[in-house]
Each structure stands twice: as structure tokens, then as C-alpha cells.
Ligand binder design. Structure first.
Ligand code: UT7
Length: 333
């Protein structure tokens, strides 16, 4: 930590939520030309959750995840100073975080959205830690939530096998400097590669007749899977190593490697490059697929529920995805 740090920051509690409806590989293979065998061997994914039906939105998932985290911490929502909702699939382009604020009754909290796709939760935790470590706030709710099923082209086999819906929440709280748990971070963006993974805004063919103004809408996810795969396997290990070096921590000291749940092969390749044994990898990809900003907090919440993570464990967390963005935050539990 820098010497200007006023107080420490640590994750106090987590929560998560996924929709009840799910779609498995067999069902997808009835819709597009694919197979359970192809999907499992190439990605590790067996099924994913989908937010189906009407009158349900990303906010319902985010609210449930947040309430579960608040309950675990026995915290009154009025104690929350700031809410960061990391999402790339809001139900309001002006921002959805304020709906979350109102629905959980966190009326004293400032709330804003953070858009950084699958790196969103890492950026959210880093942003929260800065507000706490510089002494501005005491309690921050960070939620990673995405419903990419709404933006998936269900006739495109190269993407529809990957994504699922979910939400995960973490309460970051101030603590003494000696108990600081958010040890350091390393973040990156390469905007020259933005079109490798995108939900692009598309203009209509014809302009408004009077104004000559082109309007449009957002369409489906497009992805160059091979390129994104190569990017992840080469950049994520470098980010982790750089972050470890900054903190003078060795790869041998890592207890858990928690990567954005994109593809089992990516998780294994990153662990291999860092010579980290696969038993230290946290993975729930087979059940949920890639839930974008939700994937890390969802997996963290499950690992905690299974009592895998113990006090003082070092957890290396890395997110990567559209932007392209990638980054690492290292946590001492
Ligand atoms: O959250 C953001 C981060 N996103 C990611 O990390 C995604 C990274 N990319 C990936 O995970 C992988 O690239 C995919 C899982 C998307 C694709 O796996 P791949 O091993 O890179 O496959 P590929 O794109 O090289 O395609 C290999 C073959 C192609 O056929 P040909 O040209 O060899 O005849 C594809 O047309 O597999 C074909 N293919 C499929 N076949 C059956 C592509 N998708 C499918 C499919 N089922 N669903």
C-alpha cells in the first residue's frame, strides 16, 4: 500500500444469485449445429442459467445477490456509502445502479454503473478499495451482474454456447491498515482491439426524414473467439506476474487463482504458465458458463460457501474481456 493510505480495505461478505431456468448443451445442440461433446471439450461448460419470462431484469438478480451479502454481514443497507454496479447489460442506458440502490433501501449511498464487460468486477473492487483506502468511504457494495442471454444471437454457435446470466456481490469495508486485505492491483486496456468482442451500436439504413438524423440500436454479441482466447492466455499471466512483483509475492504464496470464468482451457493454460497447480483453481464454469461481470463474485461466493478459502489465504483474481480490458487484484482473505 502507498504511504498516503488512510485506512485498509477488505471484503467483508459476499452474495450471489442466478436465475432458476437453465439451458444445457443438449438443448443448445437442438438449436444450432453443435454437440455436448464439442462444447465440453472446447470450453468445459455443461449448462448456463437464463433470465427468462417477463417482469424480471438484471436488477432482480443484483438485488438478491446484494441482500444475501448484506445479510451475511448483518449490515443495515443505510450504512452503505457507495454502490458500484459492474454490468454491460443494464436495463437502462442511463445507468441501473440507482434502481439497485432504491430496491435494497440503501438511500444514503451514491450509486453508479461501471461498464467494463468481464473485467467489470475487478475494476469495481479496485475502485471501491481506492475510495476506502483514501479515507472517503467506509462501506461499499460492489455488484457484478450481467444478463448476456439478452444480447446473444441464439443462432450463432460460436457465441451462444458460452454465455449465461447471474449476479455476485461483495461488501468492501474499511479496516485498520494492518488488516488491509486488498493488497494491490494491475489494470490494462487495449482499445485498438475493441472490435474483437463487442455489442456494437448499429445505425438504421435511413435517416429521420426531417432531421436527417441517423438513429439505431444495439444488436448482438460479436466475437473473434480465437483472438480473444490468444489475448487472454498471453496477457493474463503477465498481468498477474506484474502484480505479484509489485507486492513482492511469489507464485508459491498463492492459495487460490480465481480467473474470469470464460473457458476451462483458458483457466488451465493460465495456471500452467504460472506453474500453479490446478487444485488451486476456482472454477464453476461447467454450471454457469461465462456470466461476464458476475463470474468472479459468483465463483468467490461459492468457494466461500464451500469453506475452501481460509483466513489469510492469498487469492489472485483476474478479469479479462471486451475493451479489450484485463487486470488483476490480489486479496488477502
Ligand atoms: O468473456 C470474454 C472472454 N471470452 C473468451 O474468453 C472467449 C475466448 N474464446 C474461446 O473460448 C474459444 O475460442 C471458443 C470456445 C469460442 C471457440 O473454441 P476454438 O477452439 O477457438 O474453436 P474455433 O473458433 O477455432 O473453431 C474450431 C472449429 C471451426 O470449424 P472449422 O473451421 O475447423 O471447420 C468452427 O466452425 O469449430 C467450429 N465451431 C464449432 N463446432 C461445433 C465453432 N463453434 C462451434 C460449436 N460447435 N459451437
Amino acid at each position: 500500500m502507498k504511504s498516503s493510505t488512510m485506512q485498509g480495505a477488505r471484503i467483508l461478505a459476499t452474495g450471489s444469485s442466478v436465475p432458476d431456468s437453465y439451458i444445457n448443451n443438449h438443448k443448445i445442440s437442438e438449436m444450432v449445429d453443435t454437440s455436448d461433446e464439442w462444447i465440453v471439450t472446447r470450453t468445459g461448460i455443461k449448462e448456463r442459467r437464463l433470465l427468462t419470462g417477463t417482469n424480471q431484469s438484471i436488477i432482480d438478480l443484483a438485488v438478491l445477490a446484494a441482500i444475501r451479502a448484506l445479510n451475511k454481514a448483518s449490515m443495515n443497507p443505510l450504512k452503505i456509502d457507495l454502490i458500484i454496479l459492474a454490468t454491460s447489460s443494464p436495463n437502462d442506458l442511463f445507468g441501473s445502479a440507482s434502481q439497485l440502490q432504491a430496491k435494497i433501501g440503501a438511500y444514503k449511498a451514491v450509486a453508479f454503473d461501471l461498464t467494463a464487460a468481464c473485467s467489470g468486477f475487478v475494476l469495481g473492487i479496485v475502485t471501491a478499495s481506492q475510495f476506502i483506502q483514501n479515507g472517503t468511504y467506509q462501506n461499499i457494495l460492489v455488484v457484478g451482474a450481467d444478463v448476456l442471454s439478452k444480447w446473444t444471437d441464439w443462432s450463432d454457435r460460436s457465441t451462444c454456447i458460452l454465455f449465461g446470466d447471474g449476479a455476485g456481490a461483495a461488501i468492501v469495508q474499511a479496516c485498520s491498515i494492518k488488516d488491509n486485505g486488498i493488497l494491490g492491483f494491475q489494470l490494462n486496456t487495449d482499445g485498438t482491439q475493441y472490435n474483437k468482442l463487442s455489442i456494437a451500436y448499429k445505425e438504421e439504413m435511413y435517416p429521420h426524414p426531417t432531421l436527417q438524423l441517423f438513429q439505431g440500436s444495439f444488436k448482438y454479441i460479436t466475437m473473434n473467439g480465437k483472438e480473444v482466447y490468444k489475448f487472454a492466455v498471453s496477457k493474463v499471466p503477465s498481468s498477474i506476474l506484474e502484480c505479484l512483483k509489485l507486492l513482492n509475492i511469489s507464485t508459491n504464496d498463492i492459495d487460490w487463482l480465481l480467473l474470469h470464468q470464460a473457458n476451462e482451457r483458458i483457466l488451465n493454460a493460465v495456471a500452467d504458465k504460472l506453474s500453479i497447480h490446478s487444485s488451486k483453481l476456482i472454477s464453476n464454469l461447467s454450471q454457469y458458463g461465462n456470466t461476464s461481470a458476475a463470474s468472479i463474485p459468483l465463483a468467490l461466493d461459492e468457494a466461500l460457501a464451500e469453506n475452501k478459502i481460509k483466513k489469510d489465504d492469498i487469492i489472485v483474481i483476474s478479469g479479462f474481456g471486451a475493451g479489450l480490458t484485463w487486470g488483476t487484484v490480489i486479496i488477502k482473505w
